[in-house]
Write a protein that binds this ligand. Structure first.
Ligand code: ADP
Length: 398
């Protein structure tokens, strides 16, 4: 039977993540990961039915080569003619886009205009769009922006307390990220809880390698922890999150570092990794803490404490909290962190159920608070690819 399949692409500067989804069932028929793109030893790995196959991209070791190899793989699988549209994850749409859009020349220009707001990501996203247009000729392309969902934030939530001319002249403001995940998870949470999304105050914590939290009131984002860049907010795998801005001049003056070097320290050497001096990976941190590693124990506590403080501040943003939602690799699996956060937030009416909390991992989701908890906490697996596929199908008129 012919199915309507959507190809979802998520391009980084040297990587390409792809997935082919059946938009109706959500089934993933194939996924791939291109790595070292731009280097002579670039390759792409395909995963079909649990089997992996690696293809070297010798002739064209770049994004176009990776998309070309993807097309060959689809031909081999007999799926090529069933691909009906392509959806692209794009990090920043600035203030111009509050929703996903079909790719046109004007959209490409707008993504280029937003490069100063996402200098590492938007250029890579554009490479993916161009490669898809070149290789899958004639198919509609749709872009789904990470920032779009947060465009409903009120001015008092997105404005920094610095001279306003920087906002007017440079667009310097808080934008937020992980928007596609929040949109998906907010809808799922309402469904799982049997509530109307348009009458629901959610605080959602998306905890992956990058981590953020958002207040979603009646289906709309009203605040989130990431700002101009994904460095602001929570403690993350290697990112510091919130910090006294004077740390910049303190480190630069004392260690004779450039601004870029301090930025690298805060983005790549901080967070769980910096505190624990062990790992940026939550599993390794949990294991370390269980074995009495002092740095891992402290990292786990700081991560949870800072997250709990943000839960309270997001409850202010939403004007209350009906449910706290955990998602992302850590949110979906780490019972230890969830329990710490819920204990810190007991005063808000959250009461953890130990057994339910421990059971919610490896794809098992559901409520993790006790029946007499005033506020519900729930684990909901995110699925950004499916959200992108749905938008792509809708905007392509499928
Ligand atoms: P990304 O931001 O790259 O999409 P993920 O959402 O995949 O990240 O989350 C990665 C994080 O999830 C890592 O810190 C990893 O250690 C953590 N994680 C994955 N599985 C588990 C687990 N079983 N227990 C604790 N943490 C986990």
């Amino acid at each position: 039977m012919t199915q309507k399949l959507i190809l979802v692409l998520n391009c980084g500067s040297s990587s390409l993540k792809g997935a082919v989804l059946n938009n109706d069932s959500g089934e993933v028929l194939m996924s791939c990961l291109g790595e070292k793109l731009g280097l002579p030893d670039a390759y792409i790995t395909f995963k079909v039915n649990g089997e992996k196959e690696k293809v070297e991209l010798k002739e064209e070791p770049n994004h176009t080569g990776a998309v070309g190899a993807l097309l060959n793989e689809l031909k081999k699988l007999g799926l090529e003619s069933q691909i009906t549209a392509i959806g692209h994850r794009v990090v920043s749409g600035g203030e111009k886009y509050s929703e996903s859009v079909l790719v046109t020349d004007e959209v490409v220009k707008a993504i280029e205009d937003c490069i100063p707001l996402a200098p590492l990501h938007n250029p890579a996203n554009l490479l993916g769009i161009r490669a898809a247009q070149d290789i899958f000729k004639g198919l509609p392309n749709v872009v789904v922006f990470d920032t779009a969902f947060h465009q409903t934030m009120p001015e008092h939530a997105y404005t920094y307390a610095i001279p306003r001319k920087f906002y007017r002249e440079l667009g310097l403001r808080r934008y937020g990220f992980h928007g596609t995940s929040y949109r998906f998870v907010a809808g799922e949470a309402a469904r799982v809880l049997g509530k109307d999304e348009n009458n629901l105050k959610l605080v959602i914590a998306h905890l992956g390698n990058g981590a953020s939290i958002a207040a979603v009131k009646n289906g709309k984002s009203v605040d989130t922890s990431m700002g101009l860049t994904p460095l602001e907010g929570l403690v993350m795998g290697t990112r510091s999150g919130d910090i006294d801005p004077s740390v910049y001049s303190f480190l630069a003056d004392n260690l004779k570092l450039s601004i870029q070097e301090v930025t690298d320290i805060l983005n790549k050497q901080s967070g769980l990794l910096g505190i624990s001096e062990l790992s940026n990976d939550c599993r390794a941190i949990e294991e370390g803490a269980e074995q009495g590693h002092e740095g891992a124990t402290l990292a786990l506590e700081i991560f949870s404490y800072r997250l709990a403080k943000y839960v309270a501040s997001m409850a202010v943003a939403a004007g209350g909290i009906d449910a706290l939602v955990f998602t992302g690799g850590i949110g979906e699996n780490s019972g230890a962190i969830r329990e710490k956060v819920l204990n810190y937030c007991e005063f808000l009416g959250l009461k953890v159920d130990g057994e339910r909390n421990l059971a919610a991992r490896f794809g098992n989701s559901g409520v993790i608070t006790a029946d007499d908890s005033k506020v519900t906490a729930v684990v909901i697996p995110t699925n950004e690819e499916l959200m992108i596929a749905h938008d792509t199908a809708r905007l392509s008129g499928l």
